[in-house]
Write a protein that binds this ligand. Structure first.
Ligand SMILES: CC(C)(COP(=O)(O)OP(=O)(O)OC[C@H]1O[C@@H](n2cnc3c(N)ncnc32)[C@H](O)[C@@H]1OP(=O)(O)O)[C@@H](O)C(=O)NCCC(=O)NCCS
Length: 143
């Protein structure tokens, strides 16, 4: 896992577009790189296989997004990113990590549960999707 820079913004946007209905473009990604904690993993050919963006304030942090390339899923990249990010946050004295995830996102729910996150709330109709509004589940993990 390595910190991402502005030169990664286009690849981050491309992965995000594969993963979400409302993609964040390269400009938004560059803004996140400048403002937030952004880490990526690369496959053997040096291609970005996944990335995670976190915001930190004092001793709390939040996962803003995590995505892996469609062609590289279920190969451990998501867990590598999550575990790596948690290790980085611990070095920054962050004591609690939060996230929210769409209620139907079974892959992400399984990833977070297996990483020791606990559900702490439900926000009905939180996300707007083509198919309609969907609830978000909020999770936290003490680090
Ligand atoms: C969620 C996501 C990041 C997982 O990435 P990944 O690289 O496939 O994850 P990993 O291979 O490291 O899987 C780790 C664990 O997550 C769970 N998991 C991942 N994908 C899963 C799936 N499709 N179904 C069920 N469990 C799944 C499993 O527990 C898995 O462990 P295992 O393979 O030992 O059973 C990826 O599916 C993705 O980018 N999805 C689209 C974007 C997204 O929804 N992001 C989360 C927004 S909150």
């Amino acid at each position: 896992m390595r910190p991402l820079t502005a030169t990664d913004a286009r690849d981050m946007a491309s992965l995000h577009a594969q993963s979400f209905e409302r993609p964040w473009d390269a400009l938004e990604m560059a803004a996140h790189v400048a403002r937030d904690l952004c880490f990526g993993v690369e496959d053997k050919s040096g291609q970005l296989a996944g990335f995670i963006i976190l915001s930190r304030a004092a001793d709390q942090a939040e996962i803003l997004t995590i995505a892996t390339a469609k062609s590289a899923r279920r190969q451990g990249w998501g867990r590598t990113l999550l575990d790596g990010a948690i290790a980085e946050l611990r070095t920054l004295q962050v004591s609690e990590l939060f996230l929210e995830v769409a209620e139907y996102n079974s892959a992400a729910l399984a990833l977070y549960r297996s990483a020791g996150f606990d559900p702490i709330g439900r926000r009905p109709a939180y996300y707007r999707r083509a198919a309609g509004r969907v609830a978000a589940i909020t999770f936290s993990k003490k680090l």
